[in-house]
Design a protein around this ligand. Structure first.
Ligand SMILES: NC(=O)c1ccc[n+]([C@@H]2O[C@H](COP(=O)([O-])OP(=O)(O)OC[C@H]3O[C@@H](n4cnc5c(N)ncnc54)[C@H](OP(=O)(O)O)[C@@H]3O)[C@@H](O)[C@H]2O)c1
Length: 277
């Protein structure tokens, strides 16, 4: 994975869930129509710009987030920046995978983001009841046209990936998974081996487990030894697993910490301890 200008991705991407409000685009979702608990746009734009200015060139969003409003906030944050030096990933929700729906959804993403192409288009999850042949045909066409550069999946098991690979003409470049030092149930050894063999990058979402890693005493003690925070250890551990973590952070201190995690060197012994949590 690299930007259109050919730059590699910074080892830590930018998560955006809750930026731009957390209400859902899925009309069948639990929180449909919920009023966003949100009045924070300027701080969010500032945080995104700060992350980018400090080297993070990969932004992860989804139509689900803020019912496209997150795309809009990201669009404002990247306005005026060199588009080809950024890698923007978006995700299709279940309601956008039917016949004739992918293209207009991607058009809406592009309009909100203020861009002409997506670097990555994920299928957000292996939803029930989707005609995958039909959905993937539409994604393949967008890649052929250059509107989408890379194709990815999210929350797909090895079996789910096998099914997609039978249909898709373009390779799965990444699989975005719930993966962190305290949750390794889905990204197990078999999963990792399959991804490695097929050149599928694992993108780790919830890399600090929405702050739960801060409370773990083992992680705390390793963090103390390195004079860093437990969140930084959690991110550094994911890097040892060749995963690409995408923490969401709007607090500038958190952003600095996350970026500085790339410099942490965990010993083999520490990696073993963390791997066994
Ligand atoms: N594909 C999927 O199904 C899926 C599902 C969930 C998430 N995602 C993606 O993955 C991203 C990350 O997941 P997430 O947002 O759910 O969880 P997360 O990144 O594990 O946690 C975010 C929370 O951790 C805090 N935080 C970040 N860095 C920190 C640090 N260094 N020290 C202490 N706290 C820190 C943030 O606070 P502040 O914001 O206050 O700094 C925020 O409250 C999402 O934003 C989204 O882009 C994808």
């Amino acid at each position: 994975m690299h930007t259109k200008s050919g730059n590699p991705l910074f080892p830590i991407g930018i998560g955006t869930w809750n930026i731009g409000g957390s209400f859902s685009a899925d009309p069948t979702a639990k929180y449909k129509g919920a009023v966003p608990s949100y009045d924070n746009e300027s701080a969010e734009i500032e945080a995104l710009r700060y992350s980018i200015a400090n080297g993070q060139n990969h932004i992860d969003t989804a139509e689900l987030y803020g019912a496209f409003h997150t795309d809009e906030v990201v669009g404002k944050a990247i306005e005026g920046l060199s588009r080809e030096d950024l890698y923007i990933a978006d995700k299709l929700w279940r309601t956008s995978l039917g016949t004739g729906l992918v293209r207009p959804t991607v058009d809406k993403m592009l309009q909100k983001l203020g861009t002409e192409y997506l670097d990555m288009l994920y299928i957000h999850a292996p939803f029930e009841g989707v005609d995958w042949q039909e959905a993937i045909l539409q994604i393949d066409a967008l890649i052929d046209e250059g509107i989408v550069r890379d194709f990815g999946v999210s929350n797909f098991s090895v079996r789910d990936m096998e099914e997609v690979r039978k249909i898709a003409r373009h390779p799965i470049v990444a699989n975005q998974m719930n993966y962190n030092v305290l949750y390794k149930d889905e990204v197990n050894e078999e999963f990792k081996a399959y991804c490695e063999e097929n050149h599928i990058q694992i993108i780790a979402y919830q890399p600090v487990k929405r702050q739960a890693v801060m409370e773990d005493t083992t992680i705390q003690s390793i963090a103390k030894n390195h004079n860093v925070t437990p969140a930084q250890i959690a991110i550094a551990w994911l890097l040892t697993q060749n995963a690409l973590p995408i923490p969401k952070a709007i607090n500038m201190k958190h952003i600095d910490e996350n970026i500085n995690s790339v410099a942490i060197e965990l010993s083999e012994h520490e990696q073993e301890i963390l791997g066994a949590l």
